[in-house]
Write a protein that binds this ligand. Structure first.
Ligand code: GLC
Length: 710
């Protein structure tokens, strides 16, 4: 359809039809056509009204969705097709490593390929829209949803957001194998007070703009088709009815002209927050604020018609929202083909293809983070090895949002190791009870201990006040390390955990996150040296919960404590733990050591509109080719508002051949030097900047660049 045809369609629609286009219901509402039971009854829907709504939440499967689409287009007076939207967060039937792991790859090409593979699988199953990428910056591991985030850094999250939008949408969402993407949760959902999910946020305007808004802006610039509102408040107003946030920042400032959808019942929850008097007030406020679709509340259903008829709400606002929904359906080609790519044949051909499974394995290789290794890794197939811990054979390592994953296909670490080396002398003790295992461990060359969280301990609402490893897991590491010094600790989970105790007793520590359906094949390859780890922490790993929230991008304060000293009274530090995390953002090892040359600048001074190039030469001192995530950080030495001691402004993952050398460079423009000034406008102030090109956020390898000009 062209725009005039869409306008004619909108003009011909009744008010009821238009309101129905702005309602999204989950599959429970679609029983037998005409029978109103369960949730539909609570929503006071009549006859076949659910079938006249504009979109459906959380349903997938080509057969199911083709049949549902037939019923919905038949029931809708203008036969407008429905949108099918689902949470395909890090894979559909093939679950990839969770997003915090994907962020730890520091590889945007990999992130794009994963999104593209997920889009291929779910579009074959009839899905049109995915509620991904989740781009919320998260610096508080007490918050269970850091699992779904690329990590703590605005720049890394922005780059991952762009890559994933491109992976899902391609250059035209109408094309086969593509789906519309939805950036979420707008905004600053990752900053709940005390790390408690759904809690309010208390952040300054500068923190909102500098630390939390950038990844959404990046997703909008990448052409994301939808944005989802967050449950939390910003500046004491729920995001879903926050006009300044949705119309002022998202639409006017960022230029977003796509569909805004609420989170699940987030419109209705504004009544519970206490900022909407009732459902009708919530409906008026949300629609006026710019929220187009009401997901799973009955506020729009029950409140909009009366609000228009009373003159409280101008119908033109409804028309504006409906037009955005119709345009999205049109962009997807649904008026010509309401099923899009959904076909059982395509499902059989695409889902779990060998290519997608290999990508799942490779993704785990690039996302696992080797935090410590005294040389015990890689293991040898001739060694006698024990593998200990319930997680070594648990299928609950796929991720809590892998609602569509085929769990019968999950490869556990035990299965992976048995597959990789059937002849190896490996004995498994898939229990957290240390007694039997530690007896056997005495005679082993090395012991792999699996600790951390399974997928039931992370994700939405799974907030923890204490992120320490469980007592059982600490005891497991203590018992095994008491009889064998070659302990390789694997940390599963969707958040940074308090592993300081286990780390101190381990010869090697590998953060494996929740590696997905076939990810353990990649983990096994790393353990036995068939693959070389290259992941870098996308989120700082604290000593303990008391350090949270924490990020590498700390501020000096007026009393900075020198690093590597103990507690100093009257300085900004703790009496009981260091200021720095146990492992910092960007940290991670490979099996080959990479030596960095000094940072070279092609010019030490730049004027307005000019750029400089910072470069280093990397030298591989090892015997293995090494993927290296080279990171560019900038420190603004003096500025009109305080600035972090460094901020990530670039990264490149490059292959450094064994024994070889590679030159890596970054272009630095004013964009890399700018920040939000006192007037909240982006600016780059003249002065000196430290330019770091390093392997992680602790590296001191830097040069000084001066920006001149008023
Ligand atoms: C959930 C989540 C959101 C998800 C939505 C639909 O509550 O907050 O991320 O996309 O509901 O399932």
């Amino acid at each position: 359809m062209n725009n005039s045809e869409l306008s004619a369609l909108l003009k011909d629609m009744s008010l009821d039809e238009k309101i129905e286009q702005l309602i999204q219901l989950h599959g429970g509402f679609f029983g037998e056509v005409g029978t109103i039971t369960g949730p539909a009854a609570e929503f006071k829907m009549t006859g076949d009204q659910p079938y006249r709504t504009g979109s459906v939440l959380g349903e997938a499967g080509a057969k199911r969705l083709r049949e549902l689409q037939d019923k919905m287009t038949a029931a809708q007076p203008h036969h407008i097709p429905a949108l099918f939207m689902a949470d395909v967060i890090h894979g559909y039937k093939t679950a990839f490593p969770v997003p915090i792991a994907i962020g730890s790859s520091f590889n945007t090409e990999l992130a794009e390929k994963i999104a593209e593979a997920a889009a291929k699988e779910c579009s074959a199953a009839g899905v049109h829209v995915t509620f991904s990428p989740m781009v919320d910056v998260s610096r508080d591991a007490r918050w269970g949803r850091c699992m779904e985030s690329p990590g703590e850094d605005p720049y890394l999250n922005s780059e991952m957001a762009k890559a994933e939008v491109k992976g899902f949408q391609g250059d035209d969402v109408k094309k086969p194998g593509r789906v519309a993407a939805c950036a979420k949760h707008f905004a600053a959902y990752g900053a709940p007070v005390a790390g408690r999910d759904y809690n309010v946020t208390e952040i300054s305007e500068h923190t909102l703009y500098e630390d939390y808004l950038k990844p959404y802006r990046a997703a909008v610039e990448a052409g994301v088709k939808l944005v989802m509102t967050a449950f939390n408040t910003i500046d004491r107003k729920p995001c879903t009815t926050n006009k300044r946030l949705l119309r002022g920042i998202l639409r006017d400032d960022m230029g977003f002209d796509g569909v805004v959808i609420s989170d699940y019942n987030a419109v209705g929850e504004t009544v519970i927050h206490g900022s909407s008097y009732d459902k009708r007030d919530a409906a008026v406020k949300a629609l006026s604020a710019g929220c187009d679709i009401d997901m799973m509340s009955d506020c729009y259903l029950s409140g909009l018609r009366a609000a228009v008829q009373s003159g409280e709400l101008d119908e033109s606002l409804i028309d504006e929202a409906v037009m955005r929904v119709l345009k999205l359906k049109n962009d997807l080609g649904l008026f010509e083909n309401p099923y899009k790519d959904g076909s059982e044949e395509a499902e059989r051909e695409i889902i779990f293809s060998k290519e997608i499974q290999e990508l799942g394995r490779k993704a785990a290789v690039e996302t696992a983070v080797l935090l410590k290794n005294n040389g015990v890794l890689p293991l040898s197939i001739s060694q006698k090895i024990a593998v200990v811990g319930e997680l070594c054979d648990s299928p609950m390592i796929v991720g809590s949002w892998s609602i569509f994953a085929d769990r019968s296909r999950t490869v556990t670490l035990k299965k992976a190791l048995e597959t990789l080396c059937p002849e190896c002398d490996i004995k498994f003790f898939p229990s957290d009870n240390a007694d039997e295992a530690s007896e056997y461990a005495k005679g082993c060359d090395a012991v792999i201990v699996c600790v951390g969280e399974n997928e039931e301990h992370t994700g939405e609402s799974m907030s923890k006040a204490d992120i320490s490893l469980s007592e059982a897991h600490n005891r497991l590491v203590e018992a095994v390390s008491g009889v064998n010094k070659n302990v390789v600790t694997l940390v599963f989970g969707g958040r940074p955990l308090g592993i300081a105790r286990a780390d101190s007793l381990s010869a090697a520590v590998l953060e494996v996150w929740l590696p997905g359906t076939v990810g353990c094949l990649g983990i096994a390859d790393i353990l036995f040296g068939r693959e070389n780890p290259s992941g870098r922490l996308s989120m700082s790993l604290p000593y303990c919960s008391g350090q949270l929230p924490i990020t590498y991008a700390m501020y000096k304060t007026g009393r900075p404590k020198p690093e590597n000293t103990g507690f100093i009274r009257y300085m900004s530090n703790y009496m009981d733990v260091p200021n720095r995390p146990l492992y910092s953002f960007g940290q991670g090892l490979g099996y080959s050591e990479i030596e960095y040359s000094a940072v070279r600048l092609d010019k030490d001074v730049i004027g307005r509109g000019e750029s400089a190039r910072a470069s280093v030469t990397l030298k591989n001192l090892g015997e293995r080719d090494q993927l290296e995530a080279v990171q560019l950080y900038i420190r603004d030495e003096k500025s009109s508002v305080v600035r972090p001691t460094r901020e990530l402004k670039g990264f490149k993952k490059v292959l450094v051949p064994a024994g070889g050398e590679v030159e890596v460079g970054f272009i630095i423009t004013e964009r890399e030097l700018e920040f939000y000034g006192e007037d909240m406008r982006l600016c780059a102030e003249p002065g000196d900047f430290k330019v770091f090109v390093t392997r992680d956020s602790l590296g001191e390898n830097c040069a000084t660049l001066r920006l001149e000009g008023g």
